[in-house]
Write a protein that binds this ligand. Structure first.
Ligand SMILES: [Fe+2]
Length: 278
């Protein structure tokens, strides 16, 4: 039986929005630390201010909220994310500890009812969000077990309404050795569920620390960039795993008036402009 959350108690009543207006800010891979470099926290603060100015209906945070899985890191993230004016929702990443996230964040941000995996459904009038916990301590690139595949199958079977799956790990290979090897365990189980449910509009994830899009099982998978750690990557050469200190960045997914979805990327790198095209 799918676990369906109650209406979140925080933020504006996004369920009351009319069809065609859904706007979702999607941030990922915050990797917050405490006591050391404050850059990631500063980037997150900048993103929160930018997102608040755009008034989305909700904010999705697709994992790796902490860098060392520490409770203090989760508490620091919760302190900053509490400044969001829209409701926000989390899914854990491989750098997080489930218990730490549950202790640091309000239940409304992580409304899973079962403990084995922190998966849940956000029910909206025009859209459903299915948060799928893809983490496993022994699988750094994610794992979908039989129980989670069955949970997703049941959740998707409850409604044919347009749906987004929201998880930390991309299910497909990204051409990035760090996230492709080893591949996600149980991706075949997930593929079978996804292929059966045509209402899935997007699979939103993070983990790769690059903005990546791919068509997988006929659905668009959108990996959000990290809040400030962009992977050093080349399609031609394998380099040791490194990252750049990158400007704050996130994705914006929007339900258009025609019912379709479009995704944009914001990078807060303070470019010159804007300039007229004429
Ligand atoms: Fe990450």
């Amino acid at each position: 039986m799918a676990k369906t959350c109650r209406r979140p108690s925080h933020g504006p009543a996004w369920k009351a929005r009319v069809a065609g207006s859904m706007k979702i800010a999607h941030i990922s891979d915050l990797h917050l630390t405490v006591g050391g470099e404050a850059r990631m926290a500063q980037n997150l603060e900048m993103l929160v201010a930018h997102i608040n100015a755009l008034s989305p209906d909700m904010v999705l945070v697709s994992g790796d909220i902490t860098h060392n899985a520490l409770l203090t890191e989760a508490e620091r993230a919760a302190e900053i994310l509490a400044k969001l004016t829209a409701p926000y929702y989390l899914t854990p990443g491989n750098h997080d500890r489930r218990e730490g996230l549950q202790a640091a964040f309000p239940a409304a941000a992580l409304p899973a009812e079962q403990q084995a995996h922190l998966s849940y459904v956000i029910e909206g009038e025009t859209l459903r969000i299915l948060a799928l916990d893809s983490t496993d301590p022994d699988a750094p690139n994610g794992r979908i077990c039989q129980a989670r595949a069955a949970w997703l199958e049941a959740a998707l079977g409850q409604s044919a309404k347009p749906a987004l799956i929201f998880m930390h790990h991309p299910p497909m290979k990204c051409g990035v050795e760090e996230t492709d090897c080893p591949p996600m365990q149980g991706a075949d189980l997930l593929a079978k569920v996804v292929a059966r449910h045509l209402q899935i509009e997007r699979i939103l994830c993070g983990h790769v620390h690059l903005p990546v899009q791919a068509l997988w099982q006929g659905r668009l998978v959108c990996a959000a960039p990290s809040v400030g750690m962009r992977l050093s990557w080349s399609p031609n050469a394998r380099a040791s795993s490194q990252y750049f200190s990158s400007p704050p960045a996130y994705l914006w997914h929007m339900q258009n008036s025609d019912g379709g979805f479009v995704s944009h990327e914001f990078t807060l790198d303070d470019p010159a402009g804007p300039f007229d095209f004429t």
